[in-house]
Design a protein around this ligand. Structure first.
Ligand code: ADP
Ligand code: TYD
Length: 210
């Protein structure tokens, strides 16, 4: 059993990832773990470029966006100051809000999924999450939660696109189920119930920190 894990949260926009990241972090810290929270797109210059495209400040082709995510993810892993590999080495349990399954689902709706898998292989050869937690909700629920929450609706945040992305997530999970540890959860329940299920899964994999 491992002491510090690398955990990725996945799901369509509004699925409750940020909410669950916070609750899991709280539970891990209570159990004595050091926790490092991070997300993709990152805050690096590459991540900023992606966010500018999403908020319509810049335009780019879907293939270019897919490639930017590949670069952002490599920097996320390898960055010497706060990269995931460094944080794991320092003993942190690292929780990321999105990792490469997001690229399979979101970019896979616009470019062939095999290309996205191949393009991400540099990252996956370096590190796969100990656990991917996929929170499943309907695109309608996602859109409803987002429109209550957001001032700007970003590039991929339409009901039709979220429907396609959810389908791609299902396809990707099916393709990768032998390679990846993926926990699928029903996100339509109350946050504390989902959090309790996540805690069951995660605490089964960690040894208690001293
Ligand atoms: P994501 O990070 O996946 O986009 P958030 O955690 O930001 O999702 O949640 C989006 C919105 O939905 C927020 O307003 C949040 O309070 C709400 N929310 C999160 N989880 C649930 C849930 N299980 N049931 C109902 N609303 C939720
Ligand atoms: P995020 O800030 O996590 O949005 P949310 O909190 O609504 O889930 O992600 C921003 C957007 O980036 C989101 O629409 C999904 C998209 N995305 C991709 O298209 N490909 C990727 O590889 C990743 C990591 C994110």
């Amino acid at each position: 059993m491992k002491k510090n894990l690398f955990i990725a949260f996945e799901g369509i926009d509004g699925s409750g990832k940020s909410t669950q990241v916070k609750l899991l972090s709280y539970n891990l810290k209570n159990a004595g773990h050091k926790v490092y929270l991070t997300c993709e797109p990152t805050d690096s210059p590459i991540g900023k470029m992606i966010r500018d495209i999403f908020s319509h400040k810049m335009e780019a082709d879907h293939k270019t966006i897919a490639a930017l995510f590949v670069a952002d993810r490599l920097d996320h892993l390898l960055n010497k100051t706060n990269g995931i590999l460094k944080k794991l080495e320092e003993g942190y349990t690292v929780i990321t809000d999105r990792y490469y399954l997001s690229s399979l689902a979101y970019q896979g709706t616009h470019v062939p999924i095999e290309w996205v898998i191949q393009a991400n292989s540099l990252s996956t050869n370096l590190l796969r999450p100990d656990m991917n937690i996929y929170i499943d909700i309907s695109p309608e629920t996602g859109m409803e939660r987002l429109t209550n929450d957001r001032e700007i609706i970003e590039l991929y945040e339409t009901a039709e696109n979220l429907h396609n992305v959810r389908q791609k997530y299902k396809e990707a999970i099916e393709m990768l189920k032998l390679k990846e540890n993926i926990v699928v959860l029903d996100g339509n329940r109350a946050p504390h119930i989902i959090a309790a299920e996540i805690w069951d899964e995660v605490s089964n994999m960690t040894v208690a920190a001293k």
